[in-house]
Design a protein around this ligand. Structure first.
Ligand code: PEP
Ligand code: MN
Length: 354
């Protein structure tokens, strides 16, 4: 896949490219007030949800098509580009008929290949940038599949939007960031611009600044942030919206590290990492050889391979030790389970040998 630039005339290629605007278009006045505030802080791309996917019926489901002329006003009076979420072919046609500049596909839609294909078919022959949010579930293949469907329809101006992944564990985040997923997407598709949506990851205002900073440190290209002229009174996602003034403050506080300067220091550090990884591999191979010797011993003495008590002790001790060394306990558990599985595999091979 060869992606084309998503930058529209007048939008600078400087990180972060910002898309901002309310979760939902509510009234013409709210749309215009918010847009004026955002234009005054230099925002160039204005978002607003027109059709809102809600978890349960009875929530605010968006104003629908009657909101599209309001966005047209934003465009003609304030000169902002506009973007809306589309979830089916009807939305696509309505948005195009009202000169919307960019379309985005929401997380619930990306998770549904039928819906994505319907949107792709409706976009055949149209030249418009399309932003594709990650699916609600942490499935990179599904995300890439949606990107491919849109690309195959002839849309080559594509960006991905990382908005976190749904989970039961909502202690800190509304949607878990699972940064390794967009990082892997970047590895597989280095030319695809990636935006972060800290509003839907955090679910609360206080998390927008730290999440945006993390996204910048991970070299994301842009941010999609929900902003509302009167956040507390918002009809949807009130807890996570910020005024244009707060947005300006957050954007000014971001530290943007220049990716172009691959310094001497960095290559020295990278050499260290290569060497450490080598050592890790050697150590693991050594550990496997010892496990094999244990395998031979167990075989000669007719002992079973799996000795649960010993395994439990190893897990507990090592996890504790890892925590004391400043690592995450769950991380170490995952590593140990994988190592143990590989050791067992080696020992099974020995048992099968005659
Ligand atoms: C939104 O951007 O308002 C939205 C509904 O987002 P998501 O699809 O990420 O839940
Ligand atoms: Mn929202």
């Amino acid at each position: 896949m060869k992606f084309e630039s998503i930058l529209l005339p007048g939008v600078e290629a400087k990180r972060p490219i910002i898309i901002a605007g309310p979760c939902s278009a509510e009234t013409e006045e709210q749309v215009m007030d918010t847009a004026r505030g955002l234009a005054s802080i230099g925002i160039k791309i204005y978002r607003a949800g027109i059709w809102k996917p809600r978890t349960k019926p009875g929530g605010f489901e968006g104003v629908g098509e009657k909101g599209l002329p309001w966005l047209k006003r934003v465009k003609s009076e304030l000169g902002l580009y506009t973007t809306v979420e589309v979830a089916n072919a009807k939305h696509v046609r309505a948005a195009l008929a009202h000169d919307i500049d960019i379309l985005w596909i929401g997380a619930r839609t990306t998770a549904n290949p039928f819906a994505v294909q319907e949107i792709a078919d409706a976009l055949e022959g149209v030249d418009i940038p399309v932003f594709i949010k990650n699916p609600v579930n942490p499935d990179l293949e599904l995300w890439i599949g949606a990107i491919e469907r849109i690309y195959n329809a002839g849309i080559h101006k594509i960006a991905a939007v990382h908005r976190g992944f749904s989970s039961y564990d909502k202690k800190i985040y509304r949607n878990l960031p699972q940064w390794h997923i967009p990082i892997e997407l970047r590895r597989q598709m280095p030319d695809l611009p990636i935006f972060c949506d800290p509003s839907h990851i955090g679910g609360k205002r206080e998390l927008i600044a730290p999440l945006s900073q993390q996204a910048m440190d991970l070299n994301f290209d842009g941010l999609m942030i929900e902003s509302h002229c009167n956040p507390e009174k918002a009809w949807s996602d009130a807890a996570q919206q910020i005024t244009p003034q707060v947005l300006e403050f957050i954007l000014e506080s971001l530290v943007i590290r220049d990716t172009m300067q691959t310094t001497e220091n960095l290559s020295a550090l990278r050499r260290q990492i290569d060497e450490l990884d080598n050592n890790l591999l050697e150590l693991l191979a050594h550990r496997m050889r010892v496990a094999e010797e244990i395998g031979w011993y167990k075989k000669e003495h007719n002992m079973p391979i799996l000795q649960t008590q010993r395994y439990d002790e190893i897990l507990q001790n090592r996890v504790q030790q890892a925590i004391e060394m400043g690592m995450d306990g769950d991380f170490m558990k995952t590593v140990l389970i994988a190592i143990h599985e590989e050791s067992i595999r080696h020992q099974m091979e020995i048992m099968e040998k005659s």
